[in-house]
Design a protein around this ligand. Structure first.
Ligand SMILES: Nc1nc2c(c(=O)[nH]1)N[C@H]1C(S)=C(S)[C@@H](COP(=O)(O)O)O[C@H]1N2
Ligand SMILES: [Mo]
Length: 374
């Protein structure tokens, strides 16, 4: 394991090199703000050991004045801002998709590739306005300092967002997390935070920003994080035509089921992408499904998840429990993973289904279309 990795004893690693893992599901929804040692970790390469005093952020491409900033300069020249934002990997819930049909060569995330934190930094918009940009600048690319192996070549991790999105003041260049300095494992000394977008755009160990007239050609933008139809396969994939992922979609998951005196207490989270919020969560149980509305524990706030809970009657072992959410634009989740399956296993937001009282992994094999645990 990389020596920069410091996680809780019950953190679940899917992979040690590069380190990828998330908190146990019970713990995931215990708190609105995820403690740093529980926050899910997604890395594609090494964890660079960058020193804050000497680190420089270089800004170039279609800008009026290409320049470099030290952290101290960013801190002194621009107002400091704090925002609460949930990061969610596009591969969150891949295991639900891969239970339906195999997704080769990808981290088999359950529901835990998501966490919520308070980020401190300055607005990217302030920095970009200060350097200015020229006609034709349409996209803003972030490049990290880490070195990753991809398609047989070594490359830095990077990706872009539309300039229009980059200029909204909730996009941060962050140096703090949960009231502490950002840690190496989460991108110190500087990372991007893009609320409402797939986690991959919140680039860690930020080294460069480039303004471009077209989306990034970095391999992690051009040959990853694109959405293909269920019928496409890796051998016939047309990467240029595939949908470029950006905003997250509406999603919800069951994270814990507890037997209490008057029934089963079900807890989980719901999310929405862009500037939307999750506004309704329904839990279905038994067959045929009976639906009841869950109550939110957290306020509706753009960029943040909302944990929910509900009490349902006692069930027999093996009975079905599922969840679906709606967002503020009236989008809701598709019923089956079959409709959203793609060979990269991104953006699975099918209804999350579990069977009461069944150990997660064993029964998953026996009946592949649903997940089980408790
Ligand atoms: N430089 C760099 N930035 C990165 C990554 C990476 O591997 N390298 N992973 C991305 C992905 S895919 C996700 S989901 C988030 C995860 O952030 P976290 O590890 O702080 O949870 O970081 C993103 N930023
Ligand atoms: Mo990700």
């Amino acid at each position: 394991m990389d020596e920069a990795v410091h996680k809780s004893p019950d953190f679940v690693f899917h992979q040690e090199m590069p380190p990828n893992g998330g908190p146990s599901l019970n713990r995931l929804v215990e708190e609105f703000i995820t403690p740093e040692t529980d926050f899910f970790l997604r890395t594609h390469g090494n964890i660079p050991q960058l020193a804050s005093p000497t680190h420089r952020l270089t800004i170039g491409g279609l800008v009026s004045r290409p320049c470099q900033f030290s952290l101290e300069e960013l801190f002194e020249r621009f107002p400091t801002r704090e925002i609460t934002a949930t990061l969610q990997c596009a591969g969150n819930r891949r295991s639900g998709a891969s239970a339906f049909k195999q997704v080769p060569n990808e981290v088999d995330w359950g529901n835990e590739a998501i966490s919520n934190a308070v980020w401190k930094g300055c607005s990217l918009a302030d920095v970009i306005h200060s350097v200015g940009y020229v006609d034709g600048a349409k996209h803003l690319e972030f490049i990290g300092s880490d070195i990753c192996q991809k398609e047989g070549v070594q490359t830095q991790f990077g990706g872009s967002i539309p300039l229009e999105r980059a200029l909204v003041d909730d996009v941060l260049l962050a140096w703090g997390m949960n009231g502490q300095p950002l840690t190496l494992q989460h991108g110190a000394p500087l990372r991007a935070i893009v609320p409402g977008y797939i986690g991959a755009r919140s680039v860690k160990w930020l080294q460069r920003i480039n303004l471009l007239n077209a989306p990034s050609t970095n391999l992690f933008h051009a040959h990853a994080y694109r959405l293909f139809s269920p019928a496409a396969s890796s051998s016939d994939a047309n990467w240029e035509q595939a949908l470029e992922l950006g905003e997250l979609s509406v999603n919800s998951c069951i994270c814990s089921i507890e037997e209490v005196s008057d029934g089963l207490l079900i807890k989980g989270y719901a999310t929405a992408g862009g500037s939307r919020c999750a506004v309704r969560v329904e839990i279905g149980y038994s067959e045929p499904l009976k639906w009841i509305e869950a109550s939110f524990q957290d306020p509706a706030q753009t960029g943040s998840w909302r944990r929910w809970r509900t009490l349902i009657p006692k069930l027999l072992v093996g009975e079905l429990i599922c969840v679906r959410a709606w967002d503020s634009a009236a989008n809701t989740q598709p019923e089956d993973p079959e409709n959203v399956w793609n060979f990269k296993g991104y953006m699975n937001n099918a209804w999350h289904r579990v069977r009461f009282g069944m150990p997660f992994q064993d029964v998953l094999m026996a009946k592949p279309e649903v997940e089980f645990y408790l």
